[in-house]
Design a binder for this molecule. Structure first.
Ligand code: N01
Length: 551
């Protein structure tokens, strides 16, 4: 008996078919499929007080999704798709949260959910072939299947600046924003970080605060969102064709139904290239890349044409040339970090109440009682906003004590980078399914498309186990090794390898530098999964129920 079971000896163990961790998009859909379609006995454990996942926590001002709203939703239910009316081109956080609440109500998904509870440990027991799951509320579950729907970007990362806890004003991380909101009116505010969260929140905070200082480490490429209200008649047209649109997205690179050009940026002259970029710029959002040229992702010379185009836009927008130069990205290619989609970001630096601090030339030395001290200046603030990102993809796994066969710790197994088969399973961790885990397309795609593909695959796999009288499915170590190698190979020729990004773990000191998502595209990944299933679950092995029942 280990220390853990001694501690909770008195708590009754609840036997279940499945435990799902998280009640965001993944947990909601997995609950619906496993509970309602398969009739399994399921518990969903969620740290928040309600459903929503990412969209429950990320309530910072201006929070909005970069996927167009008609594509940022579930496609598993036609009526649900037809009845929900999005109000804007891009869905804003409150609207996405309303949508997810609507889904939870419509399918009665809350009745087997436990909120305000974190899973602290999940150990695979080789005697019973079950997962023993514990929570911080003292619950103990024993289940056959363990499904993680813990998100890729849910473990907030606040840099360990000296004196961080000494600040006497208010401080917030964008990924854990107070539900009652933050009143910036009349306040001196600092935002540290200019990734997606910073770039969305900065214009909104600037409009409210007395003065805003933005602390920037890496200047970023951005494409205008062209956000606005969605035209009802356009949405109705889309809905008429929804099945075909989604089918196209499912087999696309990024989980979007956009046509992707096959034109090289180097195949046209300067004038034509400029005209094509201008047109794609007008379309805005991710369409800028899809509509313009095919080789921006893979050819540095082609990429530089896009980079230079965006730099010229920054210089045209920002009135003070010195500030503009600080905002111009030069040390990494376009698209090597997550492409940012902005609304009035660069225009914000034309406001009198906004100051840019380039922490490359004037680094942050410490957080003080009253603000931030850089090498050259002392700033006093009422509020510090950390828009400093996440310990992405693996951070949330590492917070749970997950152990597979022979007590092997997942955290230990992943010490040099995540090892998975298909980004869904791990050798030595039977019946564990990680929805959008590291090594799957996940964050490089439109997430709901990736989530539905994984949940459907898990559902089909459980049906297969049931129909064949099998108790366990487990990835082969060889298949896992080959998959990890494939993930690396596919990423190698892309721009992703040319920047310090969270995709590579570069934002977390000490984290191994490994490219974590699968860059081969949603369509190719889906086909690979289908082939594997058609080849009798190639790369997996099974344990029969009779052999397994040895407890
Ligand atoms: O985090 P980030 P995020 N000192 O890691 C800086 C998704 N998302 O929360 O670039 C000073 O991108 C860091 O600087 P640098 C989306 O996938 C989606 O903004 O590392 N600065 C960077 O500027 C996104 O990519 C949506 O040099 C430090 C910033 O903090 C992902 O979430 C909206 C620092 C962190 O940027 C993460 O976005 C929001 C330090 N020690 C998020 N450490 C939409 O769909 C970090 N920084 C719209």
């Amino acid at each position: 008996m280990d220390a853990r079971s001694e501690v909770n000896e008195s708590t009754a163990v609840r036997e279940l078919d499945a435990v799902i961790i998280g009640a965001g998009f993944s947990g909601l859909y997995a609950n619906h499929k496993l509970r309602d379609t398969l009739g399994l006995d399921v518990a969903v454990i969620e740290a928040g007080t309600d459903v929503g996942g990412t969209w429950y926590w990320n309530r910072y001002p201006g929070a909005r999704c970069d996927s167009e709203s008609y594509m940022y939703c579930f496609a598993f239910d036609r009526d649900l798709m037809q009845e929900w009316e999005w109000s804007g081109k891009y869905p804003e956080q409150p609207e996405i949260l309303r949508y997810l609440n609507h889904v939870a109500d419509r399918f009665d998904l809350r009745r087997n959910m436990q909120f305000n509870t974190r899973v602290t440990a999940a150990h695979f027991d080789e005697q019973t072939n079950r997962w023993d799951v514990e929570t911080d509320a003292g619950d103990r579950f024993r289940c056959r299947y363990l499904i993680t729907g813990i998100g890729c970007l849910s473990s907030g990362q606040i840099p360990d600046f000296p004196g961080r806890d000494s600040f006497e004003g208010e401080s917030y991380h964008t990924g854990s924003w107070p539900h009652e909101g933050v009143d910036f009116a009349g306040k001196r505010v600092a935002v540290i970080g200019t990734g997606s969260s910073g770039v969305q929140s900065i214009p909104v905070i600037a409009a409210e605060a007395d003065h805003l200082h933005v602390f920037q480490r890496t200047p970023q490429y951005m494409v205008p969102a062209r956000h606005g209200n969605i035209d009802k008649s356009a949405l109705d047209e889309i809905k008429k064709d929804y099945d075909a649109i989604y089918e196209k997205a499912r087999h696309s690179i990024g989980g979007f139904p956009y046509d992707v050009t096959d034109r090289s940026a180097l195949s046209v002259d300067d004038a034509e290239r400029q005209a094509i970029f201008e047109k794609a710029w007008e379309a805005g959002g991710f369409r800028f890349t899809f509509d313009s040229f095919s080789d921006l992702r893979t050819d540095l010379e082609a990429n530089e044409t896009a980079a230079e185009f965006i730099r010229s836009k920054i210089r045209q927008t920002v009135r003070d040339p010195e500030v503009a130069e600080k905002l111009v990205p030069i040390d990494h290619p376009f698209g090597s970090k997550r492409t940012l989609i902005d609304t009035n970001y660069f225009e914000t630096y034309n406001r009198d109440n906004v100051t840019l601090v380039d922490i490359n030339t004037d680094p942050i030395v410490e957080i003080t009682k009253t603000g931030i001290r850089t090498e050259q200046q002392q700033f006093d603030f009422d509020v510090i906003v950390y828009a400093t990102g996440f310990d992405a993809m693996t951070g949330s796994f590492n917070k749970i004590d997950i152990r597979g066969r022979q007590g092997e710790e997942l955290k230990e197994k992943w010490a040099a980078g995540p090892l998975t088969y298909l980004g869904l399973t791990v050798a030595g961790f039977p019946n564990l399914f990680m929805i959008t885990g590291p090594g799957s397309p996940s964050v490089l795609t439109n997430m709901p498309i990736a989530i539905e593909q994984h949940v459907d695959l898990v559902t089909d796999t459980i049906v297969h186990l049931r129909d064949e009288g099998l108790e366990l499915i487990e990835a082969d170590a060889d298949a896992e090794g080959a998959w990890v190698e494939h993930v690396n190979e596919v990423a190698k020729p892309t721009m992703f390898m040319h920047a310090n990004s969270w995709y590579l773990g570069a934002n977390v000191p000490g984290k191994p530098r490994v490219f974590m998502p699968y860059a081969g595209g949603m369509g190719a990944y889906r086909e690979r999964c289908e082939q594997i299933v058609a080849n009798d679950y190639e790369g997996f092995h099974f344990t029969k129920a009779s052999v397994a029942a040895n407890s």
